[in-house]
Design a protein around this ligand. Structure first.
Ligand code: CA
Length: 656
């Protein structure tokens, strides 16, 4: 079958057709396949008329060491072999399509040089840190608590005590024993994470992205949602971006150190678009990987103008292979899909199945944003992995729950909107839905396993800023007023009593501020950096978070992720305006067989009777550690304004 030159619409239909897939789908391993005596180069380029390989000594500059033509084979595959041990040799391709020759790096590359401009042949075993072969993820906990970290902003603040040459880099995640200004008393960095009660660190994009010049100033900052090389780590986080194997080894060291610290690692992946339309994928097979409207305009569901056509088989295969590669080679324990609502349900389910087959059911976490920035030009019949289609997704794929987020702090799209925690009042039925993770009959999620309950992520206002803007706009963002602290504690208590998997932006627990700026993706480090002095100035707030998270692991009623988990809840009682009380079956491995959760979002005290029984106060509005030495509670309980209280009904003979 020969490809003809077609008009855009025809070409898109051709790429979408079953005939194209039948003729050109290629399931072989692609990229440069290193072996001690020779390296095989394989590129999928079904529309190419010629593919030429160029080998280089360096990742940038210099004349080619050697050039050779790849041979066309079946199913659009081009290949060539080069003799010798090519580890550390850089390369690119000249791909000619319809008479136009374009230079491209290898979209399947596993290593690259400075700024990812050229690919590098790599013997991956030479990139393994010491002890890598015995690296294992720590055991899973009853509840998943994900903490979102940006590699650079995590350790940029000199107060964190990380070695200057490691600040802002993967290496910072490996340094133990750091403390605030080195005082030895207030842990920072990795040591701080160990004591927080989180189970997973989610790394914002660590694949190679394009918005930071790897050879430029270390002061540059970007979140990194602009992929260039999907299967290679970002160079600006390494100590030497020009040497292809360094970034690989250093990311592995970071994963290894997090595992040793008892934490699993989730990788933020951006398979919905590329940095520019003119990507390596595009240069290799023009238009194949990109969604287009019938008039030829590119689909803009990502807001970046170059949505990937995940429903096309070789694009889906590319994404699946990439996820499996990070899981296998870098020991990643989970993946967070940026704008998952632009990926198709079939692909997401196939990723879930493939990971479950290799590593065991649910061993690798999958979560994503069940939305997109705009409508997308998908192949007819494609179902997107958005909120509407959650029921079509495997119950082991979780989605960020904007319903709970907005119920607690007000809708993001309306600056004045209030929620439970900032004066918006309490709707008992809505609260009950939040607590159940919006799962079960009549809800988009089939079970709480599909729900990520959260209040803040890198996007939009931090929780603290949102509360400050709505509750006390004159106070600024640095004043820890009692009203703000109280609202923050209440918000955390609500979120951490929801049945979904838990998630928070790093620093939420110490009132992280970005001075009211919503979208700081390329804002200066001064605004984005995690402020380690603040971590200890807001120690009491952080301690409230710690107590809630430690308790959570002992509450099977909330950790239950089954479709029937919601049935553990009683209907909500509404003893007073702005107040709700719910009882919950807590059967499982716990000192308490029932829980009573009480919330007061009003501005006055609320009084309610405790049911008969041997109740203990576990958490109230000022302390989340009461459960460590619980006090008996009976009769009536008074709940101060803007606070929560949790009670447990004792099981006899159970040691905490
Ligand atoms: Ca880069």
């Amino acid at each position: 079958m020969k490809l003809r030159t077609r008009k855009t619409e025809d070409q898109a239909a051709w790429f979408d057709s079953p005939e194209f897939e039948a003729a050109y789908h290629c399931a072989l391993p692609l990229g440069s396949l290193w072996a001690p005596e020779r390296t095989e180069f394989r590129l999928w380029a079904p529309t190419a008329g010629r593919v030429r390989l160029r080998l280089f000594r360096e990742g940038t500059g210099g004349a080619p060491l050697e050039e050779l033509d790849l041979e066309p084979g079946k199913r659009g595959l081009w290949s060539a072999e080069a003799e010798g041990d090519l580890h550390g040799v850089y390369y690119d391709y000249l791909v000619t399509v319809e008479g136009l020759c374009r230079r491209t790096a290898d979209p399947y590359a596993r290593a690259c040089g400075l700024n990812g401009e050229r690919s590098m042949v790599v013997d991956l075993r030479r990139t393994d840190p010491e002890g890598w072969e015995t690296d294992r993820a720590p055991a899973r906990k009853a509840e998943t608590v994900i903490y979102e970290v940006h590699v650079k902003d995590f350790s940029w603040d000199p107060a964190c005590g990380v070695k200057p040459e490691w600040r802002g880099r993967f290496k910072a995640l490996t340094q133990e024993g750091t403390s605030l200004h080195g005082d030895g008393a207030h842990p920072t960095g990795l040591d701080y994470l160990k004591g927080l009660g989180i189970t997973h660190v989610q790394l914002m994009p660590v694949f190679d992205y394009g918005s930071v010049d790897e050879g430029g100033s270390p002061e540059q900052f970007n979140w990194g949602y602009d992929p260039v090389n999907y299967n290679v780590p970002e160079g600006s986080y390494s100590t030497d971006p020009a040497k292809g194997e360094v970034r690989i080894r250093e990311l592995k060291e970071a994963v290894q150190a997090l595992h040793r610290a008892g934490l699993r690692v989730v990788m933020d992946v951006v398979y919905n678009h590329t940095y520019r339309l003119d990507s390596w994928l595009w240069r290799t097979v023009p238009w194949y990987y990109v969604r287009q409207w019938p008039d030829g305009k590119t689909s803009n569901g990502s807001g970046c103008g170059c949505d990937l056509a995940t429903e096309r088989s070789m694009c889906g295969q590319y994404i699946l292979d990439s996820v499996l590669y990070w899981a296998e080679e870098y020991h990643m324990d989970g993946f967070r899909f940026d704008l998952m609502g632009l990926l198709d349900t079939e692909l997401m389910n196939s990723i879930r199945r493939a990971l479950d087959r290799r590593y065991g059911p649910g061993e690798k976490l999958l979560l994503g944003e069940p939305w997109a920035a705009d409508r997308a030009a998908v192949r007819p019949g494609t179902l997107l992995a958005d909120k509407e289609n959650l029921s079509r997704l495997d119950s082991g794929i979780a989605a960020f729950c904007d319903s709970t987020r907005d119920a607690v702090k007000g809708s993001l799209f309306s600056p004045d909107a209030r929620g439970l925690a900032n004066g918006g009042g309490l709707d008992a039925e809505q609260l009950r839905c939040c607590l159940r993770g919006w799962a079960g009959e009549g809800f988009p999620a089939k079970a709480p396993s599909q729900t990520v309950s959260y209040l803040s992520a890198h996007d939009d206002w931090t929780l603290w800023d949102r509360l400050a803007l709505t509750l006390d706009p004159g106070a600024g963002f640095d004043a820890a007023t009692p009203a703000l602290l109280r609202a923050n504690r209440f918000a955390a208590a609500v979120c951490f009593s929801c049945q979904g998997q838990l998630f928070l932006l790093s620093g939420e627990e110490f009132g992280r501020t970005k001075q009211g700026v919503q979208n700081t993706y390329n804002a200066p480090l001064a605004l984005n950096r995690l402020d380690w002095e603040r971590a200890w100035r807001f120690e009491e707030l952080a301690d409230y978070y710690r107590g809630l998270l430690a308790l959570r692991q002992r509450l099977p009623g909330l950790c239950d992720k089954s479709p029937k988990a919601g049935e553990r809840f009683s209907p909500a009682l509404v003893p007073a305006n702005g107040c709700a009380v719910l009882e919950l079956d807590n059967a499982g491995n716990s000192p308490w067989r029932r829980l009573l959760l009480a919330y007061n979002a009003g501005d006055g005290e609320a009084n309610f009777p405790l049911p008969p029984g041997n109740w203990e106060l576990l958490v109230d509005g000022s302390s989340s550690w009461k459960w460590k030495s619980p006090e008996a509670a009976e009769g009536h309980f008074t709940l101060p304004p803007v606070s929560a209280a949790f009670f447990g009904l004792c099981c006899k003979d159970y040691e905490i």
